[in-house]
Design a binder for this molecule. Structure first.
Ligand SMILES: C[S@@+](CC[C@H](N)C(=O)[O-])C[C@H]1O[C@@H](n2cnc3c(N)ncnc32)[C@H](O)[C@@H]1O
Length: 331
């Protein structure tokens, strides 16, 4: 691991002072678990919004965390470099069993659970309409052509579709693969996906309930993993990508399809979105942190005349580990 960068005296002093306060230390510890908003902190820490905002401002001014705006929400995350490295070292030295930190983590878990439950209620209510909602912005044909192009050259043999929804990706690739598996939290979505696979006679493809953050699958078990229009519902895209990368065979590929940045705030209130799209760098950085080479990014603009206003982006990551050498039998 490279040595942490040194900080000028004043910067180090400011960062130490900022971190050296109980609530701010708790905030840093929470940010090592997830990117969070001011209202997440007020719920978890039980303090008023002005107090939380002041703590966050001091931590940001000291370079310990970064603030980024998305529509009307501001998210906070630990800074990557400079004082951010100091923040990470401080968090590593904290006793994770400390009762205050353990309670904060529990509250974070319940805030996340409440959010995931709201999203699942949305999917239960909209499962039947999902195939129509998906094509509001860019047509299925355009997106599916771009997916085929991104994966061309080395056709998938074993495919894992995370957040499979109604199973469209398995239906699309099913006829050309050896084995396909779709995972989703929503039983309503899974029922539609099963019916779809039955209709298409795809017996080598199956779906089951599973959480994108905890796949319960062995490492290196698929050559291709898809995450198609799922990341914007999640509060920890980096962790989802990390878990997807874990199950990729050496040299395997992860294809993420999601929205480019947009400002359609109503999608949060009415369609359970957490994130208003992703910059090309955001997903590429998550991929590289998960040990993948980000080898492609492309965007499809919304189609003229369609109801949609959002571009759809594709990111392809390739596992860096060497593929196993093929042993040829010599007669
Ligand atoms: C917008 S739908 C996309 C479905 C499909 N990939 C498609 O593009 O048609 C998002 C899906 O992600 C699923 N999902 C959300 N959070 C999940 C999680 N933590 N683990 C597994 N699936 C999840 C939802 O249940 C939903 O079916």
């Amino acid at each position: 691991m490279p040595a942490a960068a040194q900080l000028p005296f004043d910067a180090l002093n400011t960062a130490l002072k900022a971190a050296g306060e109980p609530t701010r230390l708790r905030i840093l510890a929470l940010l090592s678990e997830a990117e969070l908003t001011v209202s997440d902190f007020t719920e978890i820490l039980g303090q008023s919004q002005p107090r939380i905002s002041r703590h966050l401002r001091l931590l940001a001014e000291a370079g310990l965390l970064q603030r980024f705006r998305e529509g009307s929400w501001a998210f906070f995350r630990l800074a990557e470099h400079g004082a951010g490295e100091l923040g990470r070292t401080v968090i590593e030295r904290l006793d994770a069993g400390d009762p205050v930190l353990a309670r904060d983590r529990e509250r974070l878990l319940s805030v996340r659970q409440a959010r995931a439950d709201a999203a699942q209620a949305y999917f239960a209510a909209h499962a039947v309409e999902w195939d129509r909602i998906r094509k509001l912005h860019v047509s299925d044909t355009a997106v599916e052509e771009a997916i085929a192009e991104a994966l061309a050259g080395s056709p998938p043999r074993t495919l894992l579709d995370l957040g499979t929804g109604t199973g469209r990706m398995l239906e699309l690739f099913g006829p050309r693969i050896q084995r396909g598996l779709g995972l989703d939290l929503s039983l309503d979505m899974l029922a539609l996906a099963r019916a779809r696979l039955d209709r298409a006679g795809l017996r080598h493809c199956s779906v089951r309930q599973g959480d994108i953050y905890n796949l319960m699958l062995p490492a290196e078990s698929f050559d291709t993993v898809l995450i198609h229009q799922v990341l914007h519902f999640l509060d920890d895209g980096a962790r989802a990508i990390q878990e997807a990368a874990r199950v990729l065979e050496p040299g395997g590929r992860l294809l993420v399809v999601d929205f480019a940045p947009h400002d359609l705030e109503f999608l949060r209130e009415q369609h359970a979105h957490r994130r208003l799209g992703f910059t090309s760098d955001t997903v590429a950085q998550w991929m590289s942190a998960a040990g993948l080479d980000a080898v492609l990014h492309t965007s499809l603009p919304p189609e003229p005349g369609s109801e949609g206003k959002i571009a759809v982006s594709l990111w392809l990551g390739r596992d860096k580990k060497q593929t196993k050498p093929v042993v040829r039998e010599v007669a």
